[in-house]
Design a protein around this ligand. Structure first.
Ligand code: SAT
Ligand code: MN
Length: 591
């Protein structure tokens, strides 16, 4: 069979591919159709080319393994640009470049860069086919790794051409690995043109252009213009024993447990009663007001690009099952029988491994066997608790929005915003300790509003304004909450057990949404009535521990307000007044 030869009829797609090929000069063009036969062919080719290795097929059927260049293991925020005619459009938190200059520079790098290579054309959907929220992207790439990952992460192939029809409304994405050199690495967005050009990297967040580039940076820009929201949020469904479904969206910075939370398994006492959690998405939500005045969300993705280290049968059994077949692993370690391993995986530490750089590794080795940002790319269809709604073109009506960061101090386990604008303030002032998902700054608290600092495609102050505007558009807005699973005691130990036990916090949240739980007002927000919050059955967790988790320390909050102000001052030009007033109100409640 001849793979890769079926061209679409859409003239705009043909023109885009032709003009890109004229610049990049590939040896051949391969048109992705998304079929199963094509998949088998591409994996064989990737193995033949030495890009992927076939893993132990008895233990991990359909699974493959790849290593990246050690200089290319995470998103590069300093090399990520938003290119708009006016610099002010991108605000002080984004890197800006003039479109003409950036196009000229990148076209220079693209010239002839695919000589000796294949140019792959990946048509893909962000969102279920037929949804009014769904967007089409065409990604051109010279990386078979990108092709195989995009086939998992998106609905890729003929389905996208069908959805597109003869329209020219699609995101034009161009990716080339070049020579994987940080000196020639650019992740450039042109929101006014709906264009992304990504060069010099082969790492997921930089090169799977549907994900952070289209779904968040370009998406947030389009959302503001078109009256919807593109957010860095997981989506889950909480089903009560009576069968009532509440849908929840939650924003946490990268590598703060979104995937774990999205696939949470309720503790036995909840499961026995009939509480169920199902997953709609683990990273991105696109939301728009529905005809009934509620906010409706879809997950634009079709797979999980999850952090491997720390994932195990205790922290996230559903992720382990999701990544047990038809999955691509990158930068994890390998066992002698070609199984995968990473720090925090179940079972004893193997005596001998090959580490993520390809070197022999033993438990005495100083370095980690798997890179801290090593990943699995798994189809969402593998998730045992996938919600059928994940494929519903209408999306799901959101009852609650949760914000959260990784904070050792200050922030309580759970609180509720007084109203939408207070909730927007809570999201806008979010801070979190940095993780391995981006290069640099590990462990430092940085402000990461709505977990969107690296992903808002326009000025962050105006982005807050869009949130406030949306609040006016939605007759029946979701309630807003803030959580912190990571608060530590004075000995530096996490106080809250987390993982499945987060169900207890979720239960309070949906009870609040359904008018079934009381709350007490504090200076920072509403909190559970201590005696009513369920801690029964938690090991070594007493009423005192809960009080510690919820404690408002005035000194810490004074400091917090000062730190929040750094971000607000940076954004002073466009910061909505409402948020300044919310901050003043908070300060006066605290004094
Ligand atoms: O690498 S990604 O950007 O896709 C993951 C993340 O940082 O959220
Ligand atoms: Mn993410």
């Amino acid at each position: 069979m001849n793979f890769g030869t079926t061209q679409p009829t859409n003239q705009a797609v043909l023109d885009f591919v032709r003009t890109t090929a004229e610049v990049t000069k590939p040896d051949q063009i391969f048109w992705i159709d998304g079929s199963e036969a094509e998949k088998a062919y591409l994996y064989d080719l990737a193995v033949k080319e030495g890009v992927l290795m076939k893993l132990n097929q008895e233990k991990l059927p359909g699974c493959y393994y790849g290593r990246s260049n050690p200089n290319d293991v995470a998103r590069v925020e300093n090399l990520t640009f938003i290119c708009t005619p006016r610099k002010e459009e991108v605000g002080p938190t984004n890197n800006w470049a003039a479109p003409a200059e950036m196009y000229a520079k990148l076209n220079g790098l693209l010239a002839g860069c695919m000589k000796g290579r294949t140019l792959y054309v990946i048509p893909y959907l962000m969102g279920p086919a037929g949804s009014p929220l769904t967007k089409v992207g065409i990604e051109i790439t010279d990386s078979i790794m990108v092709v195989l990952n995009m086939r998992i992460m998106t609905r890729a192939g003929a389905v996208a051409y069908k959805h597109l029809g003869e329209s020219n409304d699609f995101n034009r994405g161009t990716h080339s690995m070049l020579d994987i050199n940080p000196e020639r690495r650019y992740i450039a967005h042109f929101p006014h043109d709906n264009v992304v050009i990504s060069l010099g990297s082969n790492y997921g967040g930089n090169v799977l252009l549907g994900k952070k580039c289209l779904a968040l940076r370009i998406g947030s820009f389009l959302g503001r213009n078109e009256g919807w929201m593109a957010e860095h949020m997981l989506l889950l469904c909480v089903e009560s024993p009576e069968g009532k479904k509440n849908y929840v969206a939650a924003a946490f910075p990268s590598a703060c447990g979104k995937t774990n939370f999205a696939m949470l398994i309720p503790p036995a006492k909840y499961a026995e009663k009939g509480w169920k959690i199902t997953t709609i998405g683990d990273d991105i939500a696109w939301m728009r007001p529905g005809p009934d005045g509620r906010l409706y969300a879809i997950n634009p993705e079709a797979g999980y690009f999850g952090v491997a280290p720390g994932t195990n049968m205790k922290s996230n059994p559903n992720a382990m099952i999701s990544a047990s077949k038809d999955t691509i692993f990158t930068n994890v370690a390998l066992t002698e029988d070609l199984d995968v391993w990473w720090e925090g995986k179940d079972g004893p530490v193997p005596a001998k491994l090959t580490d993520w750089k390809g070197n022999p590794w033993t438990p005495d080795s100083k370095e980690k066997a798997a890179h801290p940002n090593s990943r699995f790319t798994a189809p969402m269809g593998n998730n045992p608790v996938l919600a059928p709604e994940a494929n519903d073109p209408h999306g799901v009506p959101i009852s609650a929005i949760i914000f959260g960061g990784r904070r050792a101090t200050t922030m309580p386990l759970i609180m509720e915003a007084f109203n939408w604008s207070h909730g927007v303030y809570i999201g806008a002032s979010m801070g979190s300790e940095m993780t391995a998902a981006a290069v640099g700054g590990l462990g430092q608290v940085r402000r990461d509003p709505m977990a969107m600092l690296p992903f808002a495609g326009y000025d962050m102050g105006e982005y807050f304004g869009h949130w406030l505007e949306m609040g006016k558009e939605i007759a029946n807005p979701p309630m807003i909450f803030n959580v912190n699973w990571f608060r530590k005691d004075k000995d530096g130990n996490f106080m809250w057990p987390g993982f499945g036990e987060n169900m207890r916090v979720l239960k309070w949240i949906v009870d609040r949404c359904n008018g079934a739980a009381k709350a007490v007002e504090t200076a920072v927000g509403r909190m559970p009535v201590a005696e009513e919050f369920d801690i029964e059955g938690l090991k070594d967790f007493t009423a005192e521990t809960f009080a510690e988790c919820q404690k408002i320390d005035k000194e810490e909050w004074k400091n917090e307000l000062l730190l929040q102000n750094e971000m607000f001052l940076k954004l002073y030009k466009t910061l909505p007044k409402e948020l300044v007033f919310e901050r003043e109100l908070l300060a006066s409640r605290l004094s």
